[in-house]
Design a protein around this ligand. Structure first.
Ligand code: GLY
Ligand code: MN
Length: 462
C-alpha cells in the first residue's frame, strides 16, 4: 500500500469530477473454490484498491460528494477470527492507512445508501464483474440484479478511467518491478525450452517465480507449443524439436500492479529458417508498433502500421500479395493476427476493462473500427504521457480459420492460400512488450527481456 496521502489525493481528484451524490465502491469478498472455507487467493477489486488501498475482503468505500466525507464500511474482527488468523489491526487503524477516519459497521451500509436514495441523491457505482457483488449491490441499492447494468454511472466510469489511465511516477515504478519479475519468468522459460520437457514443467517454474516475489500471475500463463491457439491455458504437451514455445505471462506484485510479456522461443534454442523468417516479420511489426508511440498519436495508426509491416514481411515470403496497406484496410490482417496490437496495463492486466473496453480504449474522437482485425484493437485512442500499454503483434496459422477463409474465397487477391497451406503445421508467434508514453515519446519497459533472434538464442545456450 502507498502512503495515505496518495489515496487522499486520488479521492480528492475523483470528487472534482463527479457533480453530486454518493460514490460507492464495493471491495471484493473471499471467493470459495469448492466450499466456503477453501477459497481462491484473495484479489481486491482494482478500483477499490486505487482509491482506498486496503487489501482486505468485505469492505466498501463511500465518497459523499456533498458532505465531503470518505467512509469505510466493514466488520470488526471477532475473537474467533483472531484465533484463526492471529492478531489483526482494528478497522479504524486500517482505514487510517488510507487517510480515512470515518469507519462504520458494514451492516449499516444499506440504511446509509437508502437514506441517500430517499433524499433523491444519486448513488454512483460501476458494473460488478462477480456474481456475489452483483447480488450484494442489488440488495444495497434495491435494484434487481439484471437491472444493475442499466444504472451504472457513466460519469463515474469516465472519471475513473481519466484518473487511472495516467500512471504516476510511483505507479510506473511498481509496473517496472512487475516487469523485472517477468524478466526472470521469461528467461527461465527460454532456458527450459528443450525437447522432452513438458509445458507444465515450464509453467511450474514460471508461475513459481511470481510466488517467490510474493506475487501472483497477472493472468493464467499461456505456455504452449501451439501458439496459434491464442489463449491456450492447457499445459499438457511435450516440447519437441521443430516447435516453438510461446510464453505469454506476467507478474502481479504485492501492490497489484502488473506486467504482461510474450516471448517465443524455438525448442532446443535455434530457430530454423522458416521460423526465423516469420519471427523476423513479427519482430519488425513489434518494432513498428513501438516506433510510433508518442503523445498525440492515435494508437489505431500504430496498429495499422504494425500489421502492414507484418504483411510486408509475409509478402516477401510469398504468403501475401498486393498492396499490404490496402490489405490491412480490407481486414486481411485478421487472417494472420485476429487480435489487436495492445491494451492498457496497470492494476488490471487489461487495465480497467471491467468498466467497459470502449471507455478505456476509445473516446469521443476515436471510435472502434468495424474493419476485421483493426476492430479487435483494445487501446485505440490518442496517446498521452503516462499511458502504459502493450504492443503485442503476432502471426498465427490456424487451420480452421484457413479452411473458412479459403472456402469462402475471402481476400483471395491478398492471400496466397497455396503457400499458406505449407505453414498449417507451424503454430504461432507473438512478441509482446510493455510501453510507457513519455512527454516526448516512449520508453519500452521490457527492453531487458531478450527478443531478437540472436538474443533469444544466446539465452537458450545459457
Ligand atoms: N497476455 C494476455 C492478453 O493480453 O490477453
Ligand atoms: Mn497482453
Amino acid at each position: 500500500m502507498f502512503a495515505d496521502k496518495i489515496y487522499i489525493d486520488r479521492r480528492k481528484k475523483l470528487r472534482k469530477k463527479i457533480s453530486s451524490g454518493v460514490i460507492l465502491f464495493l471491495g471484493n469478498v473471499e471467493a470459495p473454490a469448492n466450499y466456503r472455507d477453501n477459497t481462491y487467493y484473495f484479489r481486491q477489486d482494482s478500483n477499490f484498491s486505487y482509491f482506498f488501498g486496503l487489501d482486505l475482503p468485505g469492505l466498501a468505500g463511500v465518497i459523499d460528494i456533498e458532505s465531503g466525507e470518505d467512509i469505510i464500511f466493514g466488520t470488526e474482527l471477532t475473537m474467533d477470527d483472531i484465533i484463526w488468523m492471529g492478531p489483526q489491526p482494528k478497522l479504524t487503524e486500517n482505514a487510517a492507512k488510507a487517510g480515512i477516519n470515518i469507519v462504520r459497521d458494514y451492516s449499516t451500509l444499506h440504511d446509509y445508501l437508502n437514506d441517500a436514495i430517499s433524499k433523491g441523491r444519486r448513488i454512483h457505482f460501476v458494473k460488478p464483474y462477480r456474481g456475489e457483488q452483483t447480488l450484494e449491490l442489488s440488495k444495497l441499492v434495491g435494484l434487481k440484479p439484471c437491472a444493475i447494468e442499466h444504472y451504472v454511472s457513466i460519469e463515474l466510469i469516465k472519471a475513473i478511467v481519466s484518473l487511472r489511465e495516467i500512471k504516476s511516477a510511483v505507479e510506473i515504478k511498481e509496473i517496472e518491478k512487475a516487469v523485472d519479475v517477468a524478466y526472470e519468468m521469461h528467461t527461465a522459460a527460454m532456458k527450459m525450452a528443450k525437447s522432452g520437457v513438458y509445458e507444465y514443467q515450464v509453467a511450474g517454474v514460471v508461475d513459481g517465480i511470481t510466488l517467490q516475489h510474493n506475487g501472483h500471475n497477472s493472468f493464467p500463463s499461456i505456455i504452449t507449443i501451439n501458439g496459434h491457439i491464442m489463449h491456450n491455458h492447457t499445459h499438457n504437451n511435450m516440447l519437441t524439436k521443430g516447435r516453438m514455445l510461446v510464453v505469454d505471462a506476467g507478474a502481479e506484485i504485492e501492490s497489484l500492479y502488473d506486467s504482461d510479456i510474450t516471448r517465443t522461443t524455438p525448442v532446443d534454442g535455434k530457430f530454423d529458417s522458416r521460423q526465423k523468417d516469420i519471427y523476423e516479420a513479427v519482430l519488425a511489426a513489434n518494432m513498428k508498433g513501438i516506433e510510433g508511440v508518442k503523445p498525440g498519436e492515435i494508437n489505431v495508426n500504430n496498429h495499422i502500421a504494425a500489421v502492414t509491416t507484418l504483411l510486408d514481411g509475409l509478402k516477401e515470403l510469398g504468403l501475401v500479395k498486393g498492396n499490404t496497406h490496402d490489405a490491412v484496410m480490407n481486414g486481411v490482417g485478421a487472417f494472420f493476427m485476429p487480435h489487436g496490437l495492445g491494451h492498457q496495463m496497470g492494476m488490471d492486466v487489461h487495465d480497467m476493462e471491467g468498466l467497459g473496453e470502449d471507455y478505456v480504449g476509445y473516446d469521443e474522437k476515436t471510435k472502434r473500427s468495424k474493419i476485421p482485425g483493426i476492430g479487435s484493437l483494445r487501446m485505440g485512442k490518442e496517446l498521452r504521457p503516462g499511458h502504459v500499454f502493450t504492443v503485442e503483434p503476432g502471426c498465427y496459422f490456424i487451420p480452421a480459420w484457413y479452411d473458412l477463409w479459403k472456402g469462402e474465397k475471402r481476400a483471395k487477391d491478398f492471400i496466397n492460400y497455396d503457400k499458406v497451406a505449407k505453414y498449417l503445421d507451424f503454430g504461432g508467434i507473438r512478441i509482446e512488450d510493455n510501453i510507457l508514453v513519455t512527454k516526448d515519446g516512449h520508453r519500452v519497459l521490457s527492453t531487458k527481456i531478450p527478443k531478437t533472434v540472436a538474443d533469444v538464442e544466446a539465452i537458450c545456450r545459457g
